[in-house]
Design a binder for this molecule. Structure first.
Ligand SMILES: C[S@@+](CC[C@H](N)C(=O)[O-])C[C@H]1O[C@@H](n2cnc3c(N)ncnc32)[C@H](O)[C@@H]1O
Length: 240
């Protein structure tokens, strides 16, 4: 089954099990928000890649009340849930039904975020995506990815899996939700944190850093350097 079809099937019940399936849910998403250095009242333009039902978009929009958010996803059903979530505030949100792999991304964003989506891409597509994200940011813009990572060794990877299974069972996940998550995880293509931070630097990002890590769950990202704007022909920057 394709990733889009997997999430189409999961969309209706997706939000229900999130806190149980992501150990440290508040710290993980909280770290993504905390890593964004913009002021609360800035009118930032945000792109959320693999936005799903809009969980992360809602958090970003709450923290930056004057932001405008573009949600991208290849699951029509997940995006349908996101439209419903933002139905009362639709002017701030734009929805794009598209894959973020092997397609050009919209441009001109101050902030590109993603949560638990990029690990579905092949490693080649991840590298290419990081280059496209760099291109979609204005100078001085930021990229934050909150995602699953592969253990650096097979032993570490086995520890991550055992830890995750123990935590989700302790959290009281239902057998139905666990089975659905394990089926979706067959489509995962996790890469190590070290490899992904190296790919970000290769894509041109500066100040690449990891802001949070608890076993499999990591938040990392980088900045599109302001100085690149001086040489750029389109010359668009965050502050004018
Ligand atoms: C686990 S969900 C995460 C949703 C949301 N970001 C969150 O934190 O709850 C992963 C989402 O990524 C989407 N996705 C996976 N691969 C994608 C791709 N190549 N392009 C766009 N969306 C993708 C899926 O359809 C799904 O909605």
């Amino acid at each position: 089954m394709s990733v889009g079809a997997l999430f189409d099937a999961a969309a209706r019940d997706y939000d229900r099990a999130r806190r149980k399936l992501v150990p440290g849910f508040d710290s993980f998403y909280g770290a993504a928000l905390q890593s964004v250095p913009f002021g609360r009242d800035e009118e930032i333009r945000v792109l959320d890649l693999g936005a799903g039902t809009g969980l992360l978009s809602e958090m970003v929009a709450g923290r930056f009340p004057r932001s405008r958010v573009t949600l991208v996803d290849l699951s029509v059903e997940m995006l349908r849930m996101a439209r419903r979530r933002f139905a009362g505030d639709s002017g701030r949100f734009e929805f794009r039904f598209m894959g973020h792999a092997r397609k050009p991304l919209p441009r001109g964003y101050d902030l590109v975020v993603s949560a638990l989506s990029i690990h579905h891409l092949t490693h080649g597509d991840k590298k290419e995506l990081f280059e496209k994200v760099h291109g979609s940011l204005v100078n001085g813009g930021r990229f934050v990815n909150a995602d699953q990572v592969l253990g650096e060794t097979p032993e570490e990877e086995a520890r991550y899996r055992d830890w995750w299974l123990r935590r989700v069972r302790e959290a009281g996940i239902s057998e139905e939700d666990l089975a659905a998550a394990l089926a979706r995880m067959k489509a995962d293509r996790n890469a190590t944190l070290e490899a992904q931070m190296a790919w970000l630097r290769e894509a041109g990002f500066e100040a690449v850093d990891c802001f949070y890590k608890d076993r499999r769950f990591a938040v990392y990202g980088g900045r599109k350097d302001e100085r690149q704007g001086k040489e750029a022909t389109d010359g668009k920057t965050r502050n004018g």
